[in-house]
Design a protein around this ligand. Sequence first.
Ligand SMILES: [Zn+2]
Length: 293
Amino acid sequence: MTSNEMNATGIVNAVVVPHPPLIVPAVGRGQEAQITPTTVAYEKAARFVVDAKPDTVIVLSPHATMYGDYFHISPGAEASGDLRQFGAGQVRLRVTYDQELARHIGDAADRTGFPAGTQGERAPALDHATMVPLYFLNEAARGTLPFKLLRVGLSGLSYAMHYGLGQMMADAVAALGRRACVVASGDLSHYLQPSGPYGFRKEGPVYDQKVMDILGRAAFDELLALPEDLCEQAGECGQRSFVIMAGCLDGRAVQAQALSYQDVTGVGYGVCLFTPGARDDARQFLKKQEGNT
Ligand SMILES: [Zn+2]
């Protein structure tokens, strides 16, 4: 990375990561060995984020407070969480929220009538889809979290609305002169192995193969176009996280790298890195989609 890039503000990079609690050794107690390739890729993704020296990390979490018709952004000055629910209460993390960024996004949403903001919090503690990425970031940063956090939930709204939220967040990050990294937390299909906890459905591997191919090419137009019934039948968790992330990178050239994919536990785990570059109007995918209808 050149010093010029280090000084740049806005969204500086993004990652897609899964959130299986058992990948944390205190939870897995040896079981994590079956997903070692995912661990290795995850450590690389965490270093990628930490090395970018973000002011703020935006975690998109499928297991934060979620509404059918509203995107919830965690309010307040700070939060903490642990993995007690998974038998490892000693894995505990505390974060400081980027309140100014949360407020800026909420204000922008209010001005445009977009359904997003810090209202309606139901679960202040950090959820496991936030905790697992933070665990890796904390390890990569040698036991500190040298950035603020913005925790954003998904909604039952359309993919286009998720993408729009990403655009709005990228604008807010740029307006405040922040360096921000986006962590799109999400597992893939839950129906990949007959022996897995949820069994097998043919749509599972179909979705996983498609989404890993799409992410590996940063082909976010195709991500927006994935049929919702395929995603539903595949029992995916992270699709809408990935779509918000894509919105955060709207209108920019993106270099993508798919680092790993595993399905051994019956749930799909993908790790990908994204580096945005210069403006590229051909990649304004929502604008293009609207132009076509
Ligand atoms: Zn999940």
